[in-house]
Design a protein around this ligand. Structure first.
Ligand SMILES: C[S@@+](CC[C@H](N)C(=O)[O-])C[C@H]1O[C@@H](n2cnc3c(N)ncnc32)[C@H](O)[C@@H]1O
Length: 185
């Protein structure tokens, strides 16, 4: 079900989010190869500035006990941590490291992974039913920005069937509510 997060009484124990981080701003003819590649990444969908992401509010849909799973790029880690803090959540751990089974040149090292942070509010630890889910997800990257199917499965495996929503979703997933400007009925 698609939900308007600014106009709903629903409260979720699980919030799963993959924000549209913006890479570099504007076109500069002297940009490096890597920077040009990042500019191209911005063309796939509407993106948000670091400030917009840090100020993005989702606490209004969080249950008292709530776990946030938040994807971040390496470069946007400080932005993601600020977003967590600004919503009254506490960063706990890296829930998932996704090995995309594909590599590309980074500015410092050859990149092949993305990380999904876990943050909580309230007594969220008591929601966990299965502590045996592995941190590493090894699944080949498909379309731009699409996250691995295994991430949804892992979260359900950890918590069972409790109220959950995906923010910045592009498709609806069975058992999950969703919100995002590209998600369709
Ligand atoms: C990183 S993608 C999400 C990809 C998704 N996790 C997947 O596996 O396909 C971010 C999404 O947020 C959407 N988006 C951008 N700005 C938005 C806004 N202001 N409000 C809602 N959605 C927005 C983008 O259009 C895009 O669909």
């Amino acid at each position: 079900m698609i939900v308007d997060i600014y106009n709903t009484d629903r409260r979720y124990n699980i919030i799963y989010a993959d924000p549209p981080y913006r890479f570099s701003q504007g076109i500069n003819p002297r940009t490096t190869f890597q920077e040009k590649a990042k500019e191209e990444l911005n063309l796939h969908y509407q993106t948000m500035s670091d400030r917009e992401i840090m100020d993005f509010k989702f606490e209004q849909i969080a249950a008292d006990d709530c776990v946030l799973f938040l994807w971040t790029t390496d470069a946007h880690l400080p932005v993601a941590l600020k977003m967590i803090e600004n919503n009254g959540f506490t960063y706990k751990t890296i829930a998932f490291v996704w090995d995309k089974q594909k590599s590309y040149m980074g500015k410092w090292t050859v990149k092949c992974c993305e990380i999904c942070l876990l943050a909580t509010r309230g007594q969220a630890h008591k929601l966990v039913k299965n502590f045996k889910v592995r941190q590493l997800i090894s699944e080949r990257k498909t379309e731009h920005s699409a996250k691995p199917q295994k991430a949804y499965e892992n979260i359900v495996s950890m918590f069972g069937d409790i109220p959950k929503i995906e923010l910045f979703a592009r498709k609806q997933v069975d058992g999950w509510d969703s919100w995002g400007n590209e998600v369709e009925e």
